[in-house]
Ligand binder design. Structure first.
Ligand code: PEP
Ligand code: MG
Length: 841
């Protein structure tokens, strides 16, 4: 009957079983059967069968029971299409009744027989009869008494005898599991893991190998690698006289698998079964082409393989496992690349505290964003930005963060919050921008009005005190700690090298400082795609000169001050060129409005007046005169280049002089100079004329030759629309999708956070367009700009350098549009490279 019914299928080598019809577990069991492993007899119920069961239509249950030996006990386990979607828990020992209890009492002893029966009655009571689990709390022991008490409790509560017919029991279990899957909670849970709304559940009914009773009996799991590191190491547990996953619950009497000084091992207890188990595990790895955890039972000395599941793994282990499978020729390098989720790489890419460090732990919270950092405590986003401007590492401490804190979070080396969970604002943003973050540090006290945090042991830490945050463990430590850069171990590097070979779009990094450039270089970025030069002016010693330049009355005064900034800029560029060793470096000319550099507080203005020898009233008047209603749409970018040309001239000179310097003992450097915020062809012509003139002057003065590439940042809608007339003056067009998104939507990138979550919740936008490129709107501008630019200038280099550059989705878009490269923050380079490789495979 079973073979004739397509919905209930005996698992044989040739049965028509697929992931999509019967689920992953059923398919895996069939593979194990094909490998001739000692798998107990199994019947698979298809998604349709289970769906019908939930709707009240049972298959031929007696026919299913008839597939198994007389008096066999059965277990039922879930088999969803993707094991990650979960499913109801397994139910064991179906079929046991008073008659079999008597029979087993003779064959295996009364106590184990009573334990089996009790266990089944309880799980039937809870899952099928839906009784309260608490009702069995008072049942003591596990012998005959306990069994009788359990049966009595069941009968009292249901006013029915406990069903004795195996088919009735099985029908009840199948129905309860099928209905559980259709319930709202289970549905929401699996949808959160990416399951489609109509995801199906299969069920497998398997004959039990007992694991309890006479002789050597027990159950356990074994895998060939360590889940944390991915290194080869036999790990797992075995528990005598046990069933299911008992060996993994609590560690009461479980034994080790391999010989271990800490206690007895399966290797010693049952050397033959252990050897056989290892052989099976290796065969499974090779033929299932995956690291598998083997679920096994030893029943009176005989080994049975109940199941194999993909080994759970950390991100680090995922990389090592994929690379090892490829090295052993089990999968191809390309398949290894496909097996690692680009986003999970982020976890391997952060600083870690040296393991030898003595940790002075002052608090603990949820490890929300990996990596570690040391810095001085600040209590507001503004202070974090100020601290960053002084190049002083800081830890931003808040009760919780909100979108207003984002700039401060970028500026901070780590973020600590009193409240919040793993999906709180601080946690999500921290992970997104790669800033270590600990949230919900509830065992510390936060006294924000006094600007203090108080450790669990009463120690008080004030603003300015140094602490270390470990976002990988959730610990807060007093003082500084020795930190290691990201773990770029050999396996990781090899996977990245394969990705590099496979990918067909370039990956550059956005890097403003030599430290960023070094990180980019470590990750083998194909150059710098965006160096935001204004960040260089925030460094100590430069800000005052910068302000003096802003205050200059005439062009020649301004030039005189810029003379003093020139050597500093030149030094910055020499370093960048040296670090990037001949890789292209794209330097963006000055972009922000000048007033961003001026002090807003009265004290700051007084200090500035002092430094410049001006009257305070002159300073405040000048600052007021420069203020704008809409600074992001005001005098910034190329508009400064056109109206205050001295700044771009100084920068061009610094770039060219650094070029000559850096080319002196190596291959010639070819710098790329990028003009921000362009809207019209004439802007480019004006800047180009000025920059060409500086190049000519430097060549003559230095008696040295060099070339350079001038390009435009397409970040206004008009630049994208008019790319056809802009491109002829350009060697490259780089799309700045941050501003382009801001201007396409007319949505301030600094203020949108206040209402973005409402917008997303109400379905106005599917996602925050500053995080996920808006393919429909902004994407169309990219497409138009690319097409028009390329039509006018066929060999123009096309790229994207906004924050979207590192997202797998935007990379797919840019690749399809024929872009040459994407540029993203240095820590995103490996993620982007792997995503690019996966697209090309
Ligand atoms: C952009 O606008 O996309 C960009 C990369 O520049 P910034 O973020 O500096 O404005
Ligand atoms: Mg911009």
């Amino acid at each position: 009957a079973v073979q004739n019914n397509p919905h209930t299928t005996l698992v044989t080598q040739t049965a028509p079983i697929t992931n999509a019809t019967h689920g992953g577990r059923a398919k895996c069991l069939q593979r194990l059967v094909r490998l001739d492993l000692p798998v107990p007899r199994t019947v698979a119920l298809s998604f349709d069968a289970v769906h019908n069961i939930a709707a009240g239509e049972l298959p031929d249950i007696a026919g299913v029971v008839a597939q198994f030996s007389q008096d066999a006990l059965l277990c039922v386990r879930p088999s969803s299409e993707d094991p990650d979607w979960g499913g109801p828990g397994a139910v064991l020992n179906i079929g046991i009744n008073d008659r079999l209890f008597d029979q087993f009492s003779t064959s295996m002893g009364e106590a184990p027989a009573a334990a089996l029966y009790t266990r089944f009655v309880q799980s039937y009571a809870i899952h099928v009869a839906r009784l309260d689990p608490d009702m069995f709390d008072d049942v003591e022991g596990d012998g005959r008494e306990a069994l009788q008490e359990t049966l009595r409790a069941y009968e009292a509560e249901t006013e029915e005898e406990f069903p004795q017919d195996p088919a009735t029991q099985l029908a009840g279990v199948l129905r309860s599991m099928a209905r559980e899957w259709e319930g709202t909670t289970a549905r929401l849970l699996r949808q959160a893991k990416g399951a489609p709304a109509d995801a199906g559940l299969g069920l497998v009914v398997q004959q039990m190998a007992f694991g309890v009773g006479a002789g050597l009996s027990g159950s356990g799991v074994l895998q060939l690698v360590d889940s944390e590191t991915g290194s080869p190491q036999i790990t797992g547990r075995y528990l005598s006289q046990s069933q299911g996953r008992d060996a993994l619950e609590g560690d009461a009497d479980a034994v080790y698998l391999t010989r271990d000084p800490r206690g007895p091992s399966l290797e010693e207890l049952a050397p033959n079964a252990f050897a056989e188990l290892q052989t099976h595990a290796r065969l499974m790895r090779e033929r299932l082409r995956e690291e598998m955890q083997v679920e096994f039972v030893i029943d009176d000395g005989d080994l049975h393989i109940l199941d194999g599941v993909r080994v759970a793994r950390s991100s680090r282990a995922a990389v090592r496992i994929a690379v090892a499978l490829a090295d052993d020729g089990i999968i191809s390098q390309q398949e290894a690349l496909m097996r690692v989720q680009p986003r999970t790489l982020t976890e391997l890419l952060h600083r870690q505290i040296d393991t030898g460090t003595k940790r002075d732990v002052i608090g603990r919270g949820i490890a929300a964003s990996p990596g570690a950092a040391t810095g001085r405590i600040v209590f507001s986003a503004t202070e974090a930005q100020a601290s960053n401007a002084r190049a002083e590492p800081c830890i931003l401490v808040r009760r919780e963060t909100s979108p207003e804190d984002i700039r401060g979070m970028h500026a901070a080396h780590a973020v600590l919050t009193e409240r919040g969970g793993i999906t709180s604002h601080a946690a999500v943003i921290g992970r997104g921008i790669g800033v270590p973050c600990v949230v919900g540090a509830s065992n510390m006290r936060f006294n924000l009005s006094k600007q203090q945090i108080i450790a669990a042991d009463g120690r008080v830490f004030n603003a300015g005190d140094e602490i270390t945050l470990d976002g990988t463990t959730g610990q807060v430590l007093a003082g500084a700690a020795k930190l290691h850069e990201a773990a770029l171990d050999d396996t990781f590097n090899r996977l990245m090298a394969w990705a590099e070979d496979a990918a067909d779009i370039g990956i550059r990094a956005n890097a403003d400082t030599p430290a960023d450039a070094q990180t980019a270089r470590n990750f083998n970025a194909h150059g710098i795609g965006l160096c935001r030069t204004e960040h260089m002016f925030f460094e100590p010693g430069r800000l005052t000169v910068m302000r003096e330049m802003i205050f200059a009355e005439t062009g020649s005064d301004r030039r005189a001050v810029l003379e003093r900034l020139l050597p500093m800029q030149r030094e910055d560029f020499i370093q960048l060129f040296a670090i990037m060793q001949g890789q292209p470096v794209c330097i963006r000319l000055f972009d922000p409005p000048l007033h961003e550099f001026l002090p807003t507080s009265k004290t700051g203005q007084r200090e500035l007046a002092d430094a410049l020898g001006l009257k305070l009233s002159d300073v405040t008047r000048r600052i007021e005169a420069m203020s704008e209603y809409n600074p992001m749409l005001g005098l910034r970018g190329v508009r400064l280049g056109v109206t205050v040309p001295e700044i771009y001239e100084m920068q061009a000179r610094a770039i060219f002089e650094a070029t000559i310097e850096a080319s002196r003992d190596g291959d010639p450097v070819v710098p790329e100079i990028m003009i921000p915020l362009v809207t019209a062809r004439r802007e480019v012509e004006l800047v180009k004329t000025a920059v060409d003139a500086i190049a000519a002057a430097v060549r003559t003065e230095r008696e040295a030759d060099f070339t350079y590439r001038l390009g435009v940042m397409v970040e206004t809608p008009r630049a994208a629309l008019r790319a056809g007339e802009i491109a002829p003056n350009c060697a490259f067009l780089s799309f700045g999708t941050n501003d382009l998104t801001q201007m396409t939507y007319g949505l301030s990138r600094d203020d949108a956070g206040r209402f973005m979550s409402d917008y997303v919740q109400q379905g106005v936008y599917p996602e925050d367009p500053f995080h996920m490129l808006d393919i429909d709107g902004v994407g169309e501008l990219l497409q138009l700009g690319a097409e028009r630019g390329r039509a006018a200038q066929p060999d123009v280099t096309l790229s994207i350098c906004g924050e979207h550059g590192g997202n797998p989705e935007s990379i797919a878009f840019c690749r399809a549009a024929g872009f040459d490269y994407v540029s993203c923050s240095p820590f995103r380079v490996p993620v982007a490279r792997l995503a690019a490789a996966q697209l090309a495979i």
